[in-house]
Ligand binder design. Structure first.
Ligand SMILES: N[C@@H](CCC(=O)N[C@@H](CS)C(=O)NCC(=O)O)C(=O)O
Length: 250
């Protein structure tokens, strides 16, 4: 069986999870809260999540590797067969991974960390199971400095990330201005799925398999949600989530 190691609420993990669901590929998800995710990734030769160990034993330590592997098994499911269109999708995916993914993460963590009270524990509790769920207040306390230091979360950097995010979304909004249903061509591709997954922590789609049931609990995030839902790229993400493939988790 394919094993997907995740930090459950991670938007890069949601990208891989959605691609597995979209290609109707069964998998078992090992949900590990940070920093416990290292117990799932390091012994498998990686560090970050998502990490997929395929049923043949291949280790794929990056979301894009996972999407390429899935498309090789179901050609055309995530990347168009036409080479020019495929190049366009790959370039968009790469740009989203490099700019939107890290920027959204920093903006969201800064909003959470600057909120009143403990907003990390409800997120940890709502996205985990079993012993991790019970221990989520303790894990959240350990994780906070780990995340803050590891991802360099502070107000000045978050402001710069927000400017980068808005510039990247301006370009995507312009592409969507003609009312097209998908970023490239006439069907969902890796580019759409990446945009929607990576924007999900900001636009909070109710259909999100993990975040959908947690809610934001941070007023700063509520303001972002309303702002980004109003943009064409945010509306596009929400529309894609309304048709998100059902879970193939076993
Ligand atoms: N380029 C990677 C980025 C993955 C990534 O940044 N994962 C984060 C969660 S959003 C992570 O696992 N961070 C913890 C760590 O690196 O130890 C991908 O697309 O898979």
């Amino acid at each position: 069986m394919n094993v997907l190691v995740t930090i459950p609420f991670s938007h890069f993990c949601e990208k891989a999870r959605w691609a597995l669901d979209h290609t109707r590929t069964p998998y078992v998800e090992k949900r590990l809260l940070p920093p416990l995710h290292l117990l799932g990734t390091v012994p498998r030769g990686g560090r970050s999540t998502p990490l997929l160990v395929t049923d043949e034993g291949t280790r794929l330590p990056d979301s894009t590797d996972i999407l390429r592997w899935l498309d090789d098994r179901s050609p055309g499911a995530l990347y168009p067969r036409d080479p020019n269109a495929r190049g366009e999708v790959e370039a968009l995916e790469d740009e989203l991974d490099q700019t939107v993914g890290p920027a959204v993460r920093r903006v969201v963590y800064q909003a959470l960390f600057s909120s009143e009270g403990d907003v990390l524990t409800p997120m940890f509790r709502g996205s985990s199971r079993g012993i991790q769920r019970v221990a989520s207040p303790v894990i959240a306390r350990v994780a906070k400095p780990f995340i803050r230091r590891g991802l360099k979360i502070d107000a000045a950097r978050a402001a710069r990330s927000r400017a980068k995010l808005d510039a990247a979304l301006d370009t995507l909004d312009a592409r969507l201005a003609d009312g097209r249903a998908y970023l490239v061509g006439d069907a969902i591709t890796a580019a759409d799925l990446t945009l929607a997954s990576l924007l999900a922590p900001l636009v909070q789609p109710p259909e999100h398999p993990v975040l959908g049931s947690i809610g934001s609990r941070a007023p700063a995030l509520d303001a972002f949600r309303d702002e980004y839902r109003a943009r064409p790229s945010g509306r596009h993400a929400l529309a894609l989530y309304r048709n998100r493939a059902p879970s193939m988790e076993r």
